[in-house]
Write a protein that binds this ligand. Structure first.
Ligand code: FES
Length: 577
């Protein structure tokens, strides 16, 4: 294929441009500003790349064009900006033919590559408007969302000294949500994910990864040492073990076993965040591929090493020594074998015990189910379901901050469940028991227990569910009404996908809140696993209640996104400013 044909058009006469100093013409789909300076004429896109202000109203001095709206400065010759939040300006090659001015309208260079570079600028300099504009541009150019995710992941694991954090968790959660969202919300989800990664990296020194050991080390020893080094909170030693195990090409299941064992050596480590982050890191690798596994997985070491251990907390020791109870139960775990096809009584019998008031009965019921041959992932999923039911019945008399207590348990239980589906192990079974104890500790959040919502299905459902939920969530405290609408849509086997899309839309228009995002994503994924059962609606009701309890926010991030969207559509913003 030959080079693309150049499109030269005559746009003006030299004398009229020189006489005017700056002269605006329409050429093809562009409005072009022609600037005469010295013996040269320059042609640029008249829309400021920042927010579209007409640049012919700017000031040109010594080749430097300054936009009058937010004062971004551009080199007129190359279009390059000195204010990175504004983006580079599109310039068009000019030829003077006699007294005619001709400009070349053909696109120059690789637009997709330019947009990728710009995405990295947005991440490096923490520029949400640039991120939103670039996501829209890349998707328009046919970029795969996975590639956009990969750029964010790669940036995030290199640029935050404290390693994996909320930003990368949000980015991965957003990728997981994509298929549930209305297509028009998918760029919005990527924008939020990338902006969260950029925020996490802001003001942080970069991570300096530790090199693997110089030769081939014994894999069993690496495994043991890793756990020992995490135990004594030695981040450097632990990271070198993990990097060496990955460099040695150990299979993902073995690497997962190392990480999840370290994450469950102590009870409910970092209020569940350590295991939650670890699970998300493996999900990220599932999306992006294993190529950067060393950088991604070693970024988990800080949270594994520093996390608070619940052995040190009063609630896990008094008045019942839950830690002692669990340690005795864990002695039985090595004798258990995973049985993916095992038969057991199912969640119906286990759920009431999990939501009960007797921790010994909970531990016995879990051990009983496992000995019966219950599939480990199903037991983990049942504990996650019990954690979601705490949110379904969460009393509005609790302190507002208690929503997070219930959320932490659910998010952790969900992470254990997802990890167990991929990499079943006795170590992860300890996580199942931890999650069950956290469900037990949260029992006072259901006093009094809020009854299930009365199903309410306003006219036009499910088509109008997005608008109905959006209107409800415009005001504070619509917790029960939102739950009723979701219950109404799902009653008698109603289709869940419009409800998911509506909840996803409601989530994305609010300012990013780490916990609300975790809640909605976990509820969507757990509900997909319980699809077609009587449990499916409970998970979406939990999501609706939590979301409604945290809405509305200022929606400042949505405003940025809408500006980007309007610019992308070619709308004029400045006229309304
Ligand atoms: S600097 Fe030009 S529109 Fe903002």
């Amino acid at each position: 294929m030959g080079a693309p044909r150049e499109v030269w058009v005559q746009v003006a006469r030299v004398p009229e441009v020189r006489a005017a100093g700056v002269y605006v013409v329409q050429a093809g789909r562009y409005t072009i500003a022609l600037f005469a300076e010295g013996d040269r004429i320059y042609a640029v896109d008249n829309r400021c790349p920042h927010m579209g202000f007409p640049l012919h109203r700017g000031t040109l001095r010594d080749g430097l064009l300054t936009c009058h709206w937010h004062h971004a400065r551009f080199d007129l010759q190359t279009g390059g900006t000195f204010d990175l939040w504004a983006d580079d300006l599109t310039v068009f090659p000019v030829e003077i033919r006699g007294d005619e001015v001709w400009v070349n309208l053909s696109p120059s260079g690789d637009a997709r590559e330019r947009a990728r570079v710009r995405l990295e600028d947005g991440l490096k300099h923490g520029l949400p408007l640039v991120l939103a504009k670039t996501v829209l541009r890349l998707l328009e150019l046919g970029e795969d969302p996975v590639e956009i995710f990969r750029i964010g992941l790669n940036f995030g694991v290199r640029h935050r000294r404290d390693g994996w954090g909320p930003g990368l968790t949000i980015l991965t959660a957003m990728m997981n949500l994509l298929s549930d969202l209305d297509p028009s919300d998918r760029p919005r989800a990527l924008y939020h994910g990338l902006a969260a990664v950029a925020t996490d990296a802001e003001d942080s020194p970069p991570r300096l990864p530790v090199r693997p050991l110089p030769g081939a080390a014994d894999p069993d020893r690496l495994h043991r040492w890793f756990q020992q080094f995490v135990e004594v909170r030695d981040a450097e030693g632990a990271e070198r073990c993990l990097a060496s195990a990955i460099a040695a090409g150990l299979p993902p299941a073995i690497i997962a076993e190392m990480i999840f064992a370290a994450a469950t050596d102590h009870r409910y480590l970092a209020v569940g965040h350590a295991l939650d982050f670890a699970n998300k890191a493996f999900e990220a690798l599932e999306i992006a591929g294993w190529a950067d596994a060393d950088l991604v997985l070693t970024s988990l070491v800080p949270v594994l090493v520093r996390g608070e251990r619940m052995e040190e907390s009063v609630a896990w020791r008094h008045p019942v020594d839950l830690v002692g109870l669990l340690e005795r139960a864990f002695e039985a775990l090595p004798a258990l074998r995973p049985s993916p096809e095992g038969r057991w009584a199912g969640p119906e019998a286990l759920i009431p015990v999990l939501l009960g008031e007797d921790p010994e009965a909970i531990v016995d019921a879990l051990l009983g189910a496992l000995r019966e041959g219950a599939p480990w992932a199903e037991v983990a999923g049942t504990v996650a379901l019990a954690a979601a039911l705490r949110i379904v019945h969460f009393s509005l008399h609790n302190e507002h901050g208690d929503w997070d207590t219930a959320l932490h348990t659910f998010s952790f239980a969900h992470a254990v469940h997802q990890a167990m589906r991929r990499f079943p192990s006795p170590a992860l079974l300890r996580g199942v028991f931890d999650a069950a104890m956290s469900v037990y500790l949260d029992r006072f959040l259901n006093v009094p227990s809020v009854p299930l919502p009365e199903p309410r299905a306003p006219a036009g459902m499910p088509n109008r569910v997005t608008a109905t939920l959006a209107a409800l969530l415009d005001r504070q405290g619509a917790v029960q009404e939102a739950a009723s609408v979701v219950a109404g849509c799902l009653q008698a086997g109603g289709e869940a996908s419009p409800v998911r899309a509506a909840l996803g839309h409601a989530l994305l228009r609010e300012d990013r809140d780490f916990h609300t995002i975790q809640m909605v994503e976990a509820a969507f994924r757990e509900s997909a696993i319980w699809r077609g059962t009587r449990w499916e609606p409970f998970l979406l009701i939990a999501a609706a209640r939590y979301l409604a309890a945290h809405a509305p926010t200022r929606r400042a991030q949505e405003q940025i996104y809408r500006i980007a969207e309007r610019l992308h559509r070619g709308e004029r913003l400045y006229e309304e400013a």
